[in-house]
Design a protein around this ligand. Structure first.
Ligand SMILES: NC(=O)c1ccc[n+]([C@@H]2O[C@H](COP(=O)([O-])OP(=O)(O)OC[C@H]3O[C@@H](n4cnc5c(N)ncnc54)[C@H](OP(=O)(O)O)[C@@H]3O)[C@@H](O)[C@H]2O)c1
Length: 293
């Protein structure tokens, strides 16, 4: 007999989507919370996942998505509303008697962060702690998925260029696919991880010059890194029409990044899942088609 289903929010996003894939391999009953009944919801349903509709900013919809659930993954995008969404999620989880929450935070979460969103991630961790629902906080460094975000991906595909405000600082990019295996492992066995905070890293620390070289090697064509200033980065983000809180966050963490806050590596992914995380080379290989236009 299968145990209680697990709830995955952000099921149409990066970490949530890969978490569904990882849970499917573990033969677990999955309930995915999505916002719209679109083709992505239909694809989830056709793969055997129970789909419910809900909005993290609507307490009643979150509460009803949690009915008869064991553990749940909480992820909120880089837009305003994180603390609101956290408080609703924690209250609903308490009412529903959940036995575990996996909370997607970030490595730069801290009380005195210059980024409002990173400070709110820190507050969000504390709100979950006060709720007394068993919770595990994840604090990843920058995702390997940065390479596939629209402007970065387009620059690589069309100009053979990575232009970011990261100076020559280093980090070990972590793929959403690998984080998803951690999330799935915790959701299916929350007790040993409850009360813990895990920093998540890829296997190899690199600067952006090294990342550009790795991308070049896999794609078989030259890709170079040209550092830009944070003011130029802000200007580019404004052209994309992102919310000011998102832009403020990305500029503040770019400075954190230059100052080494995103550096480091560890064996958390391998210890929790038994498998080492992807290198940048294996990530680019797996996503090669995305760099073709
Ligand atoms: N990228 C990085 O390098 C990095 C590093 C460390 C931590 N993080 C953290 O990772 C998180 C983002 O994770 P991700 O990349 O997996 O997310 P993502 O790909 O941006 O996906 C966000 C998901 O949330 C859903 N969503 C948005 N607003 C919602 C709402 N009001 N109610 C319910 N669902 C909603 C989206 O649905 P739709 O598809 O319908 O919009 C989508 O499924 C952020 O908290 C960020 O701080 C990111």
């Amino acid at each position: 007999m299968k145990s209680q289903p697990v709830l995955v929010t952000g099921a149409t996003g990066a970490t949530g989507g890969y978490t569904i894939d990882a849970l499917t391999k573990l033969d677990v009953s999955i309930r995915a919370m999505v916002r719209k009944d679109d083709d992505r919801a239909a694809r989830l349903r056709s793969s055997g996942v129970e789909v419910v509709f809900g909005d993290l900013l609507n307490l009643d919809s979150v509460r009803s998505a949690m009915e008869d659930i064991g553990a749940a993954y909480f992820v909120y995008p880089l837009v305003p509303g994180l603390i609101n969404a956290t408080a609703y999620f924690a209250q609903a989880a308490q009412e529903a008697g959940l036995n575990g929450i996996v909370n997607m935070s970030q490595i730069s979460a801290r009380r005195d962060s210059k980024s409002h969103q990173a400070r709110d991630h820190w507050i969000s961790e504390r709100v979950f702690d006060w709720s007394c629902v068993p919770v595990t906080h994840l604090r990843p460094t920058f995702f390997a998925q940065w390479l596939t975000y629209p402007r970065v991906r387009q620059d690589i595909a069309q100009k053979g260029l990575i232009s970011l405000p990261f100076g020559n600082a280093r980090h070990a990019p972590i793929a959403a696919e690998d984080q998803a295996r951690v999330i799935a492992a915790i959701l299916t066995n929350p007790v040993p991880h409850s009360g813990k905070t895990y920093k998540l890293f890829g296997p190899v620390e690199m600067d952006q010059y090294g990342i550009a070289k790795a991308v070049s090697d896999v794609l078989g064509r030259e890709v170079i890194y040209e550092p830009i200033g944070i003011a130029d980065f802000r200007h580019q983000l404004e052209q994309f029409g992102l919310p000011e809180q998102t832009i403020q966050h990305l500029c503040a963490v770019a400075l954190d990044f230059q100052e080494g806050l995103f550096a480091g590596t560890n064996d958390a992914i391998e210890t929790i899942t038994g498998k080492v995380p992807m290198t940048v080379q294996s990530f680019v290989k797996a996503h090669k088609a995305e760099f073709n236009d």
